[in-house]
Write a protein that binds this ligand. Structure first.
Ligand code: FEO
Length: 390
């Protein structure tokens, strides 16, 4: 994509990555992503807000081809998909002043090899005039790293937000109003990146609400030119109560656990509780993470491999605990051949959830009438716990 004007004096100079399918060698990106960088031109100074992932260096250089001077490079977040080309910017514009939070100053040295003395820390609320435009910094630690900040341009009521409010979505559209189904991409991003920090994100939302923002320009995905949509979506995800929804990440090897999952889904539905099974070997874990934003209960379903849970369930349990969702209740069901400790292992892996653990249900070999009755009792308990949830 070419360099594009966001507002008079403010251009988008980042890169769209249509082909990227994995982030951090972990997170699936079914729709690609973008690394947004922005050029802010004042009468007296020109600032670059973030850079792009080093794999897209050619795009950034093409966008900066006729930019002879950059006075300030604002590093809002040190993760390399945004800061990775800072050393190259420094080489190309040797007089540039690098601005970051004090916390980022040392992290820039650690991760990018730029000496701390070469970085100018800015205080929360500090303003840097560019001439007709002002950069006003808002410290926002733990968007998902400890050093992050946002940058507000009061003259345009525009807020640059680094990862906050971003979407892993490759699109030729600059603005969110031109993109259908953006909320799904934004929710996936929130679930995978920010949900573990929901408490601090809540504080950031309150700060952003006080700024009277007209445009939100994140570092991934389209620019929110109708910010109320993304702000109210975040408030629902972060502050809203859990919903009447059960997630069932599971594996079945010879069908016993599969039969139990099928029975439980129907038993829950009969009691007015929607449930979504995720057959882990063929599941996009990102889709599971999206639903973790809302669900009140998770039930892990696992056969016994050697003496423990199936490795895919081990991963799902660890991931679920790491994402720190709003889940209030959890359980483990499954099957075993002759003996095993699958339930105990899942409980230990997901102990950090802080959820109420409901009684486990395990079958030796094929599930029996007694197994199905135990699953009905589990469904009764979940329905009772979900009473009042919408
Ligand atoms: Fe998009 Fe935390 O980097």
């Amino acid at each position: 994509m070419k360099r594009r004007e966001l507002l008079p004096g403010i251009e988008s100079v980042g890169a769209v990555d249509w082909d990227r399918r994995l982030f951090d060698s972990l997170i699936p990106l079914p729709d690609g992503t973008s690394y947004n960088a922005y050029l802010v031109r004042g009468r007296d100074r020109t600032a670059l807000i973030d850079t792009v992932d080093p794999t897209k260096a050619d795009t950034l250089w093409a966008h900066l081809e006729h930019v002879e001077r950059i006075d300030d490079l604002v590093i809002q977040h040190v993760e390399q998909d945004h800061s990775g080309l800072a050393p190259a910017i420094l080489a190309r514009y040797p007089e540039v002043r690098i601005l970051s939070t004090p916390k980022a100053q040392t992290m820039i040295a650690d991760h990018l090899g730029i000496p701390a003395a070469r970085v100018t820390p800015v205080a929360d609320g500090e303003a840097v005039p560019l001439g007709g435009k002002t950069l006003q910094f808002v410290h926002a630690p733990w968007v998902h790293w400890p050093e992050t900040m946002l940058t507000y341009v009061p003259e345009d009521r525009l807020l640059f937000t680094c990862d906050l409010f971003g979407s892993h979505l490759a699109t030729s559209s600059l603005f969110a109003s031109e993109v259908e189904h953006l909320e799904g991409s934004a929710k996936r991003y929130y679930a995978e990146i920010m949900m573990p920090f929901a408490k601090t994100i809540r504080g950031h939302l309150e700060k952003v609400r006080k700024l009277d923002v007209a445009v939100i320009a994140p570092s991934h995905g389209p620019v929110h030119n109708q910010p109320e949509k993304i702000l109210s979506a975040y408030e629902t995800w972060v502050i809203g109560p859990p919903r009447n929804l059960v997630l069932i990440p599971y594996v079945t090897m010879h069908g016993s656990t599969g039969k139990m999952i099928e029975h439980l889904v129907e038993a829950l539905a009969a009691r007015g509780v929607p449930a979504i099974p995720f057959n882990l070997p063929v599941t996009d874990l990102g889709a599971y993470a999206i639903h973790l934003v809302d669900a009140a209960t998770v039930v892990f379903g696992t056969p016994t491999v050697l003496v423990g849970p199936h490795p895919n369930v081990v991963l799902a349990a660890a991931l679920t605990a790491a994402l720190r969702p709003k889940l209030k209740h959890a359980a483990v069901i499954g099957s075993y051949g002759w003996a095993g400790k699958a339930a105990e292992t899942v409980l230990a892996l997901a102990a950090g959830l802080g959820a109420e653990w409901l009684p486990s249900v395990f079958a030796r070999g094929l599930p029996t009438d007694e197994t199905f009755e135990a699953l009905d009792r589990l469904a009764d308990t979940i329905a009772e716990r979900h009473r009042g949830l919408s």
